[in-house]
Design a protein around this ligand. Structure first.
Ligand SMILES: [Zn+2]
Length: 302
């Protein structure tokens, strides 16, 4: 609440500064015209300019985004989460462009770049944030943009960036299960929920349990990948990319491998996890399989 108030004051201050500068210019011109005897034109001009100025400055100051498309969609919320049935604290907000697409990442506010990491070429479970950028905004606020695509970062340490300036392209580096932006807002070094700072966020609707998923035997309805960990932005590989020897690969625990179950394979789910995005994951002896995502069902109980 206090943070929201601080931001409100900051935005108002910026808004007033910009409006004052433009207003002074208009008033100067209006005075000149009035002195010349064109009073009607001076009044009309002042009125029109004030309305236009108000509209544009208001729009500029209150729109805060982290994606160039301005169509952010949350794939994983901030705070307490469940990952593979284990409690886990998510320190940021995971986002993609609405409709699950990638996008260019932009600075949410103006500030100074204080950290740039660009050493990961791809996923690396020990790599944490992967490639990332940190921007310092003043008043104890910093923002962190993570999992950035290798060599896509457009800013350097020490750069002063403007709000909306392009930082990098969304990537899949570090500890991820699919390309997305992990975005953090830190106030005096402590993370806080970034959600109130982003305008017009769309959230995946809360998952409603319509079927009971319980431990037991399931049969795959189509070819499914198997991996060691579950995540929310993971996407299945297209069937044509999968190998024919699915059964052999299904024993692999390498998440990058084309490990898969063939259509019709029966597996035993030892543990079931329902994620926030509506996906349901089953732990099997060979790893994890997605038995449904928010739109599709990949197997049925037998
Ligand atoms: Zn994240």
């Amino acid at each position: 609440m206090k943070e929201a108030f601080t931001r409100l004051i900051e935005n108002l201050a910026n808004f007033i500064k910009l409006k004052t500068a433009l207003s002074l210019m208009v008033v100067g011109t209006a005075c000149y015209l009035a002195l010349k005897g064109n009073l009607d034109i001076a009044i009309f001009m002042t009125l029109c300019t004030s309305i236009v100025t108000y509209y544009f400055t208001r729009k500029e100051e209150w729109t805060m985004h982290v994606l160039a498309s301005k169509k952010e969609q949350i794939t994983l919320e901030y705070g307490a989460q469940t990952l593979n049935g284990e409690p886990y604290n998510h320190t940021g907000l995971d986002m993609v462009k609405k409709t699950n697409a990638l996008d260019t990442i932009i600075a949410i506010q103006s500030g100074k770049v204080i950290t740039v990491v660009n050493k990961y070429k791809g996923r690396n479970l020990a790599g944490g944030y992967g490639n990332y950028v940190v921007i310092q905004h003043g008043n104890g606020f910093t923002t962190k943009y993570c999992h950035l695509k290798y060599n896509s970062i457009k800013v350097s340490i020490g750069d002063v960036v403007k709000k909306g300036q392009e930082i990098a392209y969304m990537g899949n580096t570090g500890y991820t299960f699919g390309a997305h932006l992990h975005f953090e807002v830190l106030k005096n070094g402590k993370t806080t929920n970034p959600k109130p700072y982003i305008k017009g966020l769309s959230v995946i609707p809360a998952y409603k349990e319509t079927e009971a998923y319980t431990v037991g035997n399931y049969k795959t309805l189509e070819i499914m990948k198997v991996r060691a960990g579950a995540g929310t932005t993971y996407r299945q590989k297209k069937v044509k990319e999968l190998t024919a020897d699915g059964k052999k690969n299904a024993t692999s625990k390498n998440e990058n491998a084309n490990a898969c179950y063939k259509k019709g394979t029966v597996f035993t789910a030892q543990k079931i996890t329902v994620n926030q995005d509506g996906s349901v994951w089953a732990k099997t002896p060979s790893g994890y399989v997605c038995i449904r995502d928010k739109a599709n069902i990949y197997c049925e109980k037998v």
